[in-house]
Write a protein that binds this ligand. Structure first.
Ligand code: SAM
Length: 202
């Protein structure tokens, strides 16, 4: 599939890249809904790995697995302790293939995302870090890019969605998972869904 990304003047074709998302500071009692939304936005916009830092939470992973099961895709979830060590390793040593990757930290204190996206290399795996209640200062240091989606406080889910849209362009929201059980057909009038498993059983 072709990919288009914002290069400062418009959406241009670019090479696909491997994108993972790391959520810092998850609190099991308070954050499951928003953390699940982060994982689902990541999945829906083309990311294939979701790293959870903070509390372990099998419930979040089970929700993502359930969406994978019904709607397809291979979003892999992994708990990574406090997360800072994983960010540092990804940026400096190993992005999963034995070589350093690129870390983008989403923060309202950063540089404007539309200016930064065209500068980010696309030939290495990308990790997008979103914060939680309190972001450790070292995250700013280890990330190659501290990036703002506007300089006002809002939502990690909104920041992630807008960043991934700018990164991937129109292909970001045009994900098609070949192994989906439920396939949605865009409709102007109501729900149109094929249940492939049911068709196979008939
Ligand atoms: N108080 C936290 C701190 O220590 O910075 C931030 C809390 S904020 C609700 C949670 C996360 O949302 C942030 O860490 C960041 O990833 C994201 N976020 C919120 N507003 C943002 C913005 N304007 N640009 C980029 N990311 C933003």
């Amino acid at each position: 599939m072709s990919r288009y990304a914002y290069d400062g003047t418009g959406f241009r074709r670019s090479m696909p890249s491997d994108v993972s998302v790391l959520r810092l500071g998850h609190r099991k009692g308070r954050d499951p809904r928003i953390t699940t939304h982060l994982a689902l936005v990541a999945r829906a916009l083309g990311s294939t790995r979701f790293f959870l830092a903070g509390d372990e939470d099998e419930g979040v992973f089970a929700n993502v697995a359930s969406v994978n099961e019904r709607f397809g895709g291979q979003m892999v979830c992994e708990h990574v302790g406090k997360g800072v060590g994983r960010i540092k390793r990804f940026a400096l040593e190993d992005a999963g293939d034995g070589a350093p990757g690129v870390v983008v930290h989403l923060t309202m204190y950063g540089e404007p995302y539309r200016q930064v996206v065209p500068r980010i290399r696309r030939d290495r795996p990308l990790m997008v870090v979103v914060g939680g209640a309190k972001v450790p200062g070292d995250v700013f240091k280890h990330a190659q890019y501290n990036v703002a989606v506007g300089n006002q406080p809002h939502s990690e889910v909104a920041a992630l969605a807008l960043f991934l849209e700018a990164w991937s362009g129109e292909s970001g929201t045009e994900q098609h998972f070949p192994d989906a059980q439920l396939v949605i057909h865009p409709s102007a009038t109501g729900k149109s869904v094929t249940d492939r498993r049911r068709l196979e059983e008939e």
